[in-house]
Design a protein around this ligand. Structure first.
Ligand code: SF4
Length: 405
């Protein structure tokens, strides 16, 4: 397969433009969620997936990979690889290898699809934004209108509900489905799409990843539908314990998250194809608590219970790697620090380098603004980090304003 040789570690080839698509709530699409630019000419609510895949946007990108190029639009993968962090490209090439062959190079088709049905959500997590959560609209609007925070350039998206009516052929090609952009369990459209796949007879070949914040418990009929798929990974997003959960995943409350986890534990015991897994997003707020979070998860679900760790690379002012070196060194001395957190703290990001102070100031402005609006307190919720930031003389003046909260 030439440059498409997935086993060659030197190859920069990526299979996602040949088999993958990620669709935003407005119908714009791209080969994966990490890709920089959206295709906003061929909207997914107006065209079949097979038609969109024949557009110049995808054809050009595929040709770049077949020629051995490293498109600049894939910068997030190249940066992670340069920092020794497994990139989306590398992990996905390995994970989806079985869905890729010569036939797919000749006739690309969407087998891996990531999409949602708008941005309906009952949470406004601090690392999220309004295109992914309807609960964020008012706060993002306020951030965009305030003179002190408008330079954060927050997107302001109104609540959206989206429907798609693709061809049977499109649905029959699907093998991996990701409903991870928003709280899909709140959308009646999800049930309609899953029912259509079941009716077409391909559900036993289809794996689904469903993301939930754990507080939305589905009806028995929906659970029955899930049991017909090959595998359902129920990705429960949890970023902190107790009051840290309530701060990061505002306005959710920890007892509701805990009882949701118990609900899915029982469902998985009755239906082995449904597998709960914890997903945590590492950010400047929670990097120090990730070890405790993993221990809690495995203590609740059983030793070896699966979890995955992502990191907040966007917006950059919430990325833990922007912290002052002194603070990072303090945490790096702890030998029990999870490896993923260690890599984030030691990463050398060209796009962050020399901008740490600017990004920290953005972090303070954002945090202070939301604390005031939401009646929360960074100082009380993360007292250790607060004191460490306060003791750094370079940024003391900025932190002083947080101190007054
Ligand atoms: S190289 Fe990375 S950003 Fe580009 S399409 Fe592949 S996974 Fe996506």
């Amino acid at each position: 397969m030439g440059s498409a040789d997935l086993k060659n570690p030197k190859s920069s080839f990526c299979i996602l433009p040949f088999v993958g698509m990620s669709i935003m709530s407005g119908g714009q699409n791209k080969p994966c969620c990490k890709f920089r630019d959206w295709n906003d000419q061929d909207l997914a609510q107006e065209k079949n997936l097979s038609e969109i895949y024949q557009s110049g946007y995808y054809k050009t990108l595929r040709q770049q990979f077949l020629s051995g190029e490293r498109p600049q639009t894939c910068i997030r993968c190249w940066e992670d690889e340069a920092n020794g962090i497994p990139s989306f490209r590398q992990t996905r090439n390995e994970y989806y290898g079985e869905l890729f062959d010569d036939e797919v190079i000749k006739q690309p088709r969407v087998k891996i699809l990531e999409y949602g049905f708008g941005n309906a959500c009952n949470a406004a997590c601090i690392t999220c934004e309004s295109p992914s959560s309807s609960q964020w609209y008012k706060d993002d609007k306020a951030l965009a209108e305030n003179p002190k925070t408008k330079r954060l350039n927050r997107p302001v998206e109104k609540p959206i509900r989206q429907t798609y009516d693709w061809s049977d052929e499109d649905f029959k090609n699907l093998r991996r489905l990701y409903y991870t952009f928003h709280e899909s369990l709140l959308s009646p459209e999800l049930k309609r799409h899953l029912q259509r796949i079941v009716n077409l007879g391909v559900a036993p070949e289809v794996q689904i990843v469903l993301s939930t914040n754990g507080t939305n418990i589905p009806e028995p009929e929906f659970l029955q539908l899930l049991t017909q798929f090959k595998k359902v990974i129920l990705q429960i997003s949890i970023d902190g314990l107790y009051e840290q959960n309530d701060y990061i995943r505002y306005p959710l409350k920890w007892p509701d998250v805990e009882s949701g986890v118990q609900f899915w534990r029982k469902v998985s015991e009755a239906h082995p194809n449904i597998r709960p897994m914890m997903r945590a997003t590492i950010s400047i707020y929670n990097f120090a608590g990730i070890k405790d979070l993993i221990e809690w998860w495995q203590g609740t679900m059983g030793a070896g219970a699966k979890y995955s760790l992502g990191h907040c690379s966007h917006p950059q002012y919430l990325n833990a790697s922007i912290l002052p070196k002194l603070i990072k060194d303090h945490y790096l001395k702890n030998s029990a620090l999870p490896e993923r957190v260690r890599k984030i703290l030691t990463a050398q990001n060209p796009s962050i380098k020399d901008r740490e102070q600017h990004l920290l100031n953005q972090f303070y402005a954002y945090t202070r603004f939301l604390d005031l609006r939401r009646g929360l307190s960074f100082k009380k919720t993360f007292p250790n980090l607060f004191e460490q930031l306060k003791s750094d003389s370079n940024i003391f003046d900025t932190v002083k304003s947080l101190d007054s909260l």
